[in-house]
Ligand binder design. Structure first.
Ligand SMILES: Nc1nc2c(c(=O)[nH]1)N[C@H]1C(S)=C(S)[C@@H](COP(=O)(O)OP(=O)(O)OC[C@H]3O[C@@H](n4cnc5c(=O)[nH]c(N)nc54)[C@H](O)[C@@H]3O)O[C@H]1N2
Ligand SMILES: Nc1nc2c(c(=O)[nH]1)N[C@H]1C(S)=C(S)[C@@H](COP(=O)(O)OP(=O)(O)OC[C@H]3O[C@@H](n4cnc5c(=O)[nH]c(N)nc54)[C@H](O)[C@@H]3O)O[C@H]1N2
Ligand code: SF4
Ligand SMILES: [Mo]
Length: 703
């Protein structure tokens, strides 16, 4: 039963910092291995959204407040009508990596069994899909960190490729205190400053060229004799093929493409070779590209050549982003998956899950379309006509958002379950208000594959149900009773559905978690201790070996040219979360970061006639964003950066490129060709950041 106050975890990112929430919604930090009693500003202020005046409290149908019975029977009726006319796939579902394991699981079952649609995917397609695909390909299994974050405490060298953890997971920096950091980022981020300040290095590649940098590092490793040949021969396959391509990328040649000095590449390799506890970690900067899978693969190849994965005290990992970004990709809300991280095209997997669901295996539809392709298919013959959204504000967060908006507007029916009126909910035909994190029970799986309990500290506002209630009631409207009704019952069904799969949760119970056990999947029986460290004896491929996969440089899908001469990349700031649906409603956070900005090198700004602090339009072939100019003398002059947390005409995704990775179907959030135009006024650019005086002083345009 609910305990008040409740020991639970932050609603936001995958670090899942421990916190205690009082019956009044007040948050206090709690000692937990990932955060050790720390919280970032987002976590501290999360409680203020529980009683926020914008909170959604009643269902809304076509702009009018409705009763629950009327809203559910309206949605049920419309879905039945559309499916009768246009077939089961005319109804689509989009989930999210912020949903608990229970919600993600039940949403998948709801889509496949009650709606009988193949058209379900989730926002993790924008987040983890490239890293996941590369991990599966190399190791046979995708668990973001195959070791606990506390293992990083003893690291000698950590390479962070495209990760700005000082802003995206601040307490994680506490685990990197003893390590020499190598930060790969086109910008001098707070994380990169830490690297420079602690005797490490900041490598500043052209956005979209990490793959070449990783090939250059592999080349330097081979030539300097840093490669672990015993490990390669006993634990891996594929080195010769991978090397055939990497052999063409000696550091000086790689430097010409990625802009990182060859000497720096050799320094990094000498540090890696000269220490025993070494990690390579990637995040979205390296992954959100139209060749993100191959880019992550290149970083994995480097790690394998050095013998890191599956070696105690060393490793490769990807830093999962959303609160349940890990569990969210395991339990069947992804187009190609069934629970337990099973493949939907695997007959044995279908038979097992059909048994748990009590249906004929042949009746389980799928695989379906990936998120961007699903949105794209709206308004085309055979495409979705209704969309149900749980846990994503895709009007702000999906690439090429003007096109997304016109697609959503073309739907016959858009239903959004949310607790706040984000941009997507505000334009929905039906809005279904739901409970928030501190008002419900469940589990999430954090970035280290550790399963955690979310606990209820206070009840939802009167008349507001949980997502699980809504899914169960909608299933009943569609004539499908028999869904489990409590979070614990859903979890027990998930355990059975995952049993024997790659992500086996069958041995994890609410009782064990509530008794304080630390359980990482796989955990195949109730007396199994869980698996904090994977791959120590063997990788998950049938032969037990990891695969190096041959990869070569592929240019970004859109390159700068005369009309659009700059590369825009996008990312995050400390105080906002994702589309900003939540954090743009927290006064304390808005006062720190009230509006969108674009980081521009002072020379670049001067050439475009832009003044520091003035407004600019950043324009691509797809649209333009309004943002305040921040002159940053440490930025690459060929690159501009915008966060994607803002809406309306400040939405960075108005300019991003929806080009997809051929394997993961992840869009290219991190490179678009753009130009800058002043919105009004003119003037000289002052130097906004002076954190690296040497570089700032050498920047001609700095005031
Ligand atoms: N404050 C905050 N924290 C968050 C979130 C949030 O929205 N706000 N979201 C959570 C989620 S879901 C996620 S996925 C994580 C993301 O966590 P991160 O991956 O750390 O975040 P990003 O800012 O998207 O990208 C990291 C860095 O990549 C750099 N970058 C851009 N292009 C390239 C490139 O081509 N190569 C390389 N090497 N780097 C590049 C950017 O300059 C940026 O500093 O954060 C989680 N934590
Ligand atoms: N340009 C650019 N775009 C990006 C990225 C980038 O780096 N650059 N990063 C991408 C990444 S990594 C991610 S993860 C996506 C995230 O982007 P989104 O998918 O838009 O994620 P959020 O902004 O967290 O939106 C979650 C919505 O669901 C609601 N919500 C939260 N929890 C629940 C719940 O339990 N139930 C229900 N029903 N609703 C809930 C929130 O109020 C909010 O409205 O953005 C992607 N978009
Ligand atoms: S680091 Fe992540 S989990 Fe921790 S308080 Fe901040 S947003 Fe929450
Ligand atoms: Mo993410």
């Amino acid at each position: 039963m609910a305990r008040m106050p409740a020991d639970t975890h932050c609603p936001y990112c995958a670090l899942q910092c421990g916190m205690t929430v009082g019956a009044d919604g007040e948050v206090t930090p709690r000692e937990f291995p990932t955060n050790r009693g720390g919280l970032c500003q987002k976590g501290w202020t999360a409680g203020s959204l529980l009683a926020h005046p914008d909170r959604l409290l009643s269902p809304v149908v076509d702009g009018r407040v409705s009763s629950w019975d009327a809203a559910l029977s309206y949605v049920g009726g419309r879905l039945r009508e559309l499916q009768a006319l246009h077939g089961p796939d005319s109804v689509a579902v989009l989930g999210g990596g912020g949903l608990t394991n229970e919600k993600a699981y039940l949403l998948g079952r709801f889509a496949r069994v009650a709606l009988r649609t193949s058209q379900i995917d989730y926002n993790g397609r924008f987040c983890m899909s490239s890293a996941a695909a590369a991990g599966n390909r190399a190791f046979g299994l995708d668990r973001g960190l195959p070791f606990p974050v506390t293992d990083l405490d003893d690291a000698d060298v950590v390479v962070l490729a495209g990760a700005n953890v000082a802003e995206t997971m601040p307490p994680l920096m506490g685990h990197l205190g003893s390590a020499r950091l190598v930060v790969v980022d086109p910008r001098l981020t707070p994380t990169a400053e830490r690297a420079v300040g602690s005797g490490g290095l900041h490598l500043q590649p052209v956005p979209g060229t990490d793959l070449v940098l990783a090939l250059g590092l592999l080349h330097a490793a081979v030539v300097s004799g840093a490669v672990d040949t015993d490990y390669l021969s006993s634990r891996t396959t594929g080195f010769d093929d991978a090397w055939r391509l990497a052999a063409q990328w000696w550091p000086e040649r790689a430097e010409r493409v990625c802009g990182v000095a060859a000497a720096d590449m050799r320094t990094v390799v000498s540090w890696l070779a000269g220490s025993s506890r070494r990690y390579v970690l990637t995040a979205r900067g390296a992954e959100q590209h139209a060749h993100g899978v191959d880019t992550v693969t290149a970083w994995i190849n480097l790690a394998l050549a050095l013998g890191l994965p599956g070696t105690p005290g060393s490793g490769f990992g990807t830093i999962t982003g959303q609160g349940n970004g890990q569990g969210g990709r395991e339990h069947g809300q992804k187009a190609d998956q069934l629970p337990g991280y099973r493949r939907i095209d695997d007959p044995a997997a279908r038979a097992h899950v059909a048994g748990v669901w009590g249906v004929d295996p042949a009746s389980i539809p799928g695989p379906g379309r990936s998120a961007v392709e699903l949105i794209d298919a709206i308004g085309t013959p055979g495409g979705p006509r209704a969309l149900l959204v749980f846990g994503s504000n895709l009007r702000v967060s999906a690439p090429d958002s003007a096109r997304v908006a016109s697609k959503l507007d073309a739907l016959d029916l858009l239903v959004v379950a949310d607790f706040l009126p984000g941009e997507t909910a505000r334009r929905a035909d039906v809005v279904l208000p739901v409970a928030q994190w501190a008002e419900e029970e469940g589990t999430v799986t954090n970035l280290e594959g550790r399963v955690l309990r979310r606990r209820r500290a206070l009840p939802p506002p009167p008349g507001v149900p949980t997502d699980l209630d809504v899914i169960t009631d909608l299933a009943a409207e569609l004539g499908y009773g028999g869904f489990p009704t409590t979070p614990r019952a859903v979890f027990d069904e998930l355990r059975a559905a995952s049993a024997g799969g790659p992500a086996d949760y069958s041995g994890i119970t609410y009782e064990r978690l509530d008794a304080g056990e630390s359980l990482h999947w796989p955990c195949p029986s109730t007396d199994h201790p869980g698996t904090p460290r994977l791959f120590l004896d063997h990788f998950a491929h049938p032969d037990g070996r990891a695969r190096l996969v041959a990869v070569d440089h592929v240019p970004a899908a859109e390159l700068p040219d005369d009309p659009y001469p700059l590369r825009a990349t996008t990312g995050r700031v400390l105080v906002h979360y994702q589309s900003g649906a939540q954090t743009r409603r927290v006064d304390e956070l808005v006062s720190i970061s009230p509006e969108n900005f674009v980081e521009v090198h002072p020379d670049t700004a001067a050439r475009a006639g832009l003044a520091d602090g003035g407004w600019a339009h950043v324009e691509s072939r797809r649209g333009r964003v309004r943002a305040r100019v921040r002159c940053v003398a440490t930025l690459r002059p060929d690159t501009v950066f915008l966060p994607f947390h803002f809406g309306d005409d400040q939405a960075a995704n108005l300019i991003t490129n929806p080009a997809l990775d051929p394997v993961s179907r992840m869009p290219e959030f991190k490179v678009a060709a753009v130009r800058l135009e002043p919105v009004s006024g003119n003037g000289r650019c002052s130097d906004h950041y002076r954190s690296r005086p040497a570089e700032a002083a050498s920047a001609e345009g700095a005031a």
